[in-house]
Design a protein around this ligand. Structure first.
Ligand code: ZN
Length: 357
């Protein structure tokens, strides 16, 4: 059976206030507030009594989920919103799909964390992706976060890979942010040329150019974990200017610059935010669970085959009259024969017949 590797690209109300008094007490468990996370209900989460929290229901998260979450927050005094993402299990599972050199893995981990951070800035139904294409290394870098917290990503490259951090200012390097609305089947895409060596700087440049929005982003990947933080002035409320605090944006930027990589990767979320912003009145929202998940499907495989065309598809059939397709994101395998292909290219709108093996 012939096998082709084809990337199936897509088309609480509760809040906690962090103050010095509450943070004096060390927490014995990692906790979230509000509704239990999807999939973390019966048997995985149970109510917790804690005097640290302002709500009657808190939830003990399984450790495997506790470090895979997006934590959104506001710095009320500065008029700034932010997000902090941590990935561990999701990152480990993604890394298990391919054999990446360390510098490639670092870039992919940072991009994955960034896609989760950006997904927390807007409301959408579908997926948000970050894509970098260039004539060097990497040729393609792609990370995607869906509205239900599913993450996936991939890197393609040719030639020698630097042992140290990869400079993404490669020939013809272009960064794209794409939002696909699954409900309306529409797509928004913003493009920007890459002018900085690192992804965080490139994304800051994207927001400055396409949104005229000052943004600070820090990203990290090391030792089986990815993490990132983003800060933006509160849109529509005038940010620091409206609050009569003209230097607030510079102030929180300087505070963020003091954040070490180990702190970003490992410090408990509340401890980290308190250390950085304890004078800025931090309001922390319930964490949003994240996980590795691929959105490939028989329908998407069929759509991809129709885009390739019948002649090319039939040429790919092996001696047994069959073809195999492997999703590069999750290694799921799909197998089709001549009859399946006939249905894919039939004029009817019958459901696609490609079936997973
Ligand atoms: Zn897949």
């Amino acid at each position: 059976m012939g096998v082709r590797r084809v990337g199936v690209l897509p088309g609480c109300p509760g809040h906690r206030w962090i103050d010095g008094r509450r943070m004096l007490q060390p927490k014995p468990v990692r906790v979230g507030v509000g509704r239990p996370p999807p999939g973390g209900g019966a048997g995985l989460a149970r109510p917790l009594r804690s005097h640290h929290l302002t709500h009657s229901h808190a939830w003990i998260l399984p450790m495997s989920q506790a470090d895979d979450a997006l934590h959104r927050f506001r710095l009320e005094r500065a008029g700034v919103r932010g997000g902090l993402v941590r990935l561990e299990s999701a990152w480990s599972e993604l890394l298990g799909q391919a054999d990446y050199p360390p510098s490639i893995a670092r870039l992919l981990g940072e991009t994955l964390a960034a896609s989760a951070l950006l997904s927390g800035l807007i409301k959408f139904e579908g997926s948000l992706s970050i894509q970098l294409r260039s004539g060097g290394v990497p040729r393609l870098l792609f990370a995607e976060c869906s509205d239900d917290g599913g993450l996936r990503g991939i890197v393609r490259w040719e030639g020698e890979v630097p042992a140290t951090a990869i400079d993404i200012r490669q020939p013809s390097a272009q960064l794209a942010i794409t939002i696909e609305n699954s409900r309306t089947a529409t797509r928004y895409q913003g493009l920007v040329a890459v002018e900085t060596s690192g992804l965080a700087g490139a994304l800051e440049g994207y927001f400055a150019q396409s949104e005229q929005l000052p943004t600070r982003i820090v990203l990290a990947q090391h030792g089986g974990r990815c993490a990132g933080m983003i800060l933006q002035p509160l849109a529509g409320e005038g940010g620091s200017t409206a609050l009569g605090d003209a230097d607030a944006w510079d102030r929180v930027g300087h505070l963020l610059a003091t954040l070490g990589t180990d702190e970003l990767l490992h410090l408990p979320v509340e401890t980290l935010l308190f250390r950085l912003f304890h004078e800025e009145q931090v309001r922390l929202e319930p964490g949003r669970p994240l996980r590795f998940a691929c959105s490939c499907s028989t329908e998407r495989v069929s759509a991809m085959l129709r885009a390739l065309g019948r002649v090319e598809c039939e040429a790919a059939l092996d001696a047994d009259g069959a073809m195999g397709i492997t999703c590069e994101f999750c290694n799921r395998q799909y197998r089709l024969d001549r009859v399946d292909l006939g249905l894919v290219f039939a004029d009817s709108v019958a459901p696609a017949p490609a079936r997973p093996q």
